[in-house]
Write a protein that binds this ligand. Sequence first.
Ligand SMILES: *Cc1c(COP(=O)(O)O)cnc(C)c1O
Length: 370
Amino acid sequence: MDIHVWDYLEEYSKERHDILDAVETVFQSGQLVLGRSVRGFEEEFAAYHGLPHCTGVDNGTNAVKLALQALGVGPGDEVVTVSNTAAPTVVAIDAVGAKPVFVDVRPEDYLMNVDQVADVITDRTRCLLPVHLYGQCVDMAPLRDLATRHGIAVLEDCAQAHGARHHGRLAGTMGDAAAFSFYPTKVLGAYGDGGAVVTPDEKVDAALRRLRYYGMAERYYVVETPGHNSRLDEVQAEILRRKLSRLDEYVDNRRAVARRYAEGLGDTDLVLPAVNEHNTHVYYVYVVRHPRRDAIMAELRKQGIALNISYPWPVHTMTGFAHLGYGTGSLPVTEDLAGQIFSLPMYPSLPTDLQDRVIDAVREVLAKVS
Ligand SMILES: *Cc1c(COP(=O)(O)O)cnc(C)c1O
């Protein structure tokens, strides 16, 4: 039997009654778009974060895009982020007409090297966009200080960090706004696409509500600034409400999988994820590193173990972003990592016997390739 890098079917078989009841609830509600379930999910997701506002949107990319626009970022502005991220972070910056400006990541934890941010801030910088990559938060205090000093916004990309904590604070509560994705693989995943933006700022939230609804204040049918159609789907919202009540359990289960990997592989020369002090990692993906990555992956795949690379091509090296002018060698840590990292199977319902098969196979392959 093949081992998937991510799978939801085991979870679905356990939660099927609840998920189908969510679908039935919406179908019976008489309100198929922006009804009670979207409103309810927004309230519950905001409350989970101890924040006053949440706006549900159609996916994580548009969560980043609309949040940037709601924060006043537009053509000609610069947004500081990382190249070691999912491409959509950068696609969203491009989509609002702003220019992505990259800093490198740290070799220890693969997260934004906040020490480099001050050097790239110009009078066009409008926003700092840290990505809480793989399930662990970026060091936020220095970023907040810089943002305050320069009068610019902080937008957290939380697409991989639902429920993660930094100095005890939840990811998404440390900026002017935070964008979430509920793509099925994410730590809180829908049964399709979904996204949300949380914010402490009432004006930002009001702007988001217009932006996702053609640019209209709901019910007034007048476009002030043209927006988009980026509504969170009612069915996905109701499913997300059910799953939000189990988010902490999903996180605990992911952390248990990570612990078992650490116990089983801690004495090998595979570099396991480093967790920073003051961080609670939610392990959206379990990223390991080895200089002989390609040989190891090929062997493991032969044994029916699926693996991913997050991410094999740093965004700044993609042809679609060549115009930004970051040549090879401009972000050396990011480029180095891309050739060495890969992800082991990770999802909350990963059975322990399958996980042990992964551990045994990795140990055996490592002995062979080293
Ligand atoms: C998944 C992801 C996104 C995009 O989310 P979608 O819902 O797929 O549009 C953005 N940023 C990061 C870091 C992601 O992992």
